[in-house]
Design a protein around this ligand. Sequence first.
Ligand code: HEC
Ligand code: HEC
Ligand code: HEC
Ligand code: HEC
Length: 133
Amino acid sequence: MKKAALAGMIVLAALAFVCSLAVGQEDMVSVDNSSFTAPRRPPAVFHHDEHNENAGLEDCSRCHHLFDEDGNKLEDESSEDQSCSECHGMADENGRPSLRKAFHLNCKGCHLELRKGPVTCGACHRRNTGKAQ
Ligand code: HEC
Ligand code: HEC
Ligand code: HEC
Ligand code: HEC
């Protein structure tokens, strides 16, 4: 009996640990820059869920887009299961901007268009990305 209870507790503790890891990963605070071999800037601030809620972005494909072979955007589909670097390489290719350009066009492009959100280097590439502003 005692052994069974102990085993149960160990299973519960393991489950709690796995769950805490899963929650931690969802809390994106910056855009991962590990695809860049020698990053020159600190990673850009980006609290994914909070950002998209504040900016009123409900359409995932606004950033996680998909195109057909002719380069037409597929309006009802999105690619959030893929990272941008899976399609955008280090150099421009077949109408696809390089990864750095893709981010700058996407992020800064929208901020400029809406006149909301940061557009200067240091406002996105902040030293202490994880901390409250
Ligand atoms: C709206 C936000 C934003 C602004 C403004 C911005 N960047 Fe970025 N930049 C990003 C994101 C997102 C990435 C992708 C990787 C990351 O998080 O650093 C990136 C990547 C880069 C990279 C490639 C990765 C590296 O660190 O080497 C460089 C270089 C860079 N930016 C320089 C600049 C410079 C210089 C400016 C100002 C002229 C600037 N950025 C303005 C968001 C921004
Ligand atoms: C303003 C742009 C933007 C919008 C809108 C957006 N995302 Fe993202 N999302 C990103 C960026 C940037 C990343 C990081 C991609 C990378 O590192 O290549 C990301 C990463 C993710 C990831 C990867 C897992 C993680 O958290 O690390 C998931 C899942 C995801 N987004 C889901 C969604 C869903 C679902 C929606 C719509 C409800 C959405 N996103 C809307 C920009 C956006
Ligand atoms: C499944 C592959 C794929 C993924 C994943 C992807 N892209 Fe793209 N992206 C493309 C293709 C293909 C084009 C060129 C479309 C065309 O021919 O006009 C493109 C074009 C772009 C452009 C320039 C045209 C435009 O729409 O403004 C930007 C900016 C861009 N991508 C940013 C991103 C960002 C940021 C991410 C990650 C959040 C991302 N892309 C993820 C395939 C992808
Ligand atoms: C489709 C439009 C759009 C795109 C794409 C977009 N943003 Fe924003 N962003 C906004 C808006 C709108 C605001 C201002 C929200 C507000 O006023 O509360 C904002 C605000 C911000 C802020 C300031 C708030 C904060 O959390 O400090 C940061 C940083 C930011 N964006 C980073 C990014 C990065 C990095 C990307 C690309 C991965 C990105 N944004 C892509 C629309 C966008």
